[in-house]
Design a protein around this ligand. Structure first.
Ligand code: SAH
Length: 217
């Protein structure tokens, strides 16, 4: 499937409608303009790819709604600079991973479901994104070998703040995390010093849950 003029046109319309709702950082909009979202959704759903809604990606998971992707990327971009290391928890189909990569970050992404880890890998290779590094594992543990990260972005609803991930956030870094069980508050945590963190809230969202352990299918 190609990135046709029709797809590009629909993408521009979607981005214009997102900008009419919130003044997203240009860096985010430019990155989302480059990533063909229709190539990350299931075959047969590509005509829905440029509506502002989540879509199924298999094994009961979803690709996040474009507004949510834009907001999480925006919140991260206010603190994290080009070439900084970013850890994403919940690769899914790797759409958000590609957006973060287009924003110039060095992206490390962890997925707990093997089928999605493989789907993410396949999607990125097909679109010739070679620099994001994908890992199959439990995001609660993060990636201590590659820490610290200037940015940590969690794309599933966390029941509580994962302490191990806080340790892997660099001083001056920012974590964007949806917190809660049924619905989630978008929480931003800035690390001020070794022991001090500052927390702000940015609206209500609905994510699939952040679960412990891995699933081998
Ligand atoms: N960023 C993704 C969103 C996928 S939905 C996209 O653009 O498609 C959230 C993902 O988080 C799901 O794939 C789910 O399997 C994954 N997930 C949930 N708990 C996790 C954990 N503890 N570690 C890693 N991934 C997790």
């Amino acid at each position: 499937m190609l990135d046709s003029l029709l797809h590009k046109g629909r993408r521009k319309q979607l981005l214009a409608s997102l900008l009419s709702k919130f003044d997203f950082n240009t860096l985010v909009i430019d990155a989302m303009d480059k990533v063909p979202r229709h190539m990350f959704v299931e075959c047969g759903l590509d005509h829905l790819a440029y509506l502002d809604r989540p879509l199924p990606i298999g094994v009961k998971q979803t690709i996040s709604q474009p507004y949510t992707v834009a907001m999480q990327s925006h919140l991260l971009s206010l603190k994290v600079n080009k070439f900084d290391k970013v850890l994403e928890i919940g690769t899914g189909c790797a759409y958000q991973t590609a957006v973060l990569s287009e924003m110039g970050y060095r992206v490390f992404s962890v997925e707990r479901q093997k089928a999605l880890y493989m789907l993410g890998q396949k999607n990125l290779v097909r679109l010739e994104y070679h620099s994001p590094l994908l890992f199959y594992g439990d995001g609660f543990a993060g990636l201590p070998k590659f820490a610290p990260f200037k940015g940590i972005l969690i794309t599933c609803g966390a029941p509580e703040i994962p302490q191990e991930l806080l340790k892997q956030l660099s001083i001056g870094g920012r974590m964007v995390i949806p917190l809660g069980q049924e619905t989630q508050k978008m929480v931003v945590i800035d690390r001020i010093s070794k022991t001090e963190f500052e927390q702000t809230e940015h609206g209500q969202y609905k994510f699939v849950p952040m679960l412990e352990g891995v699933e081998d299918k």
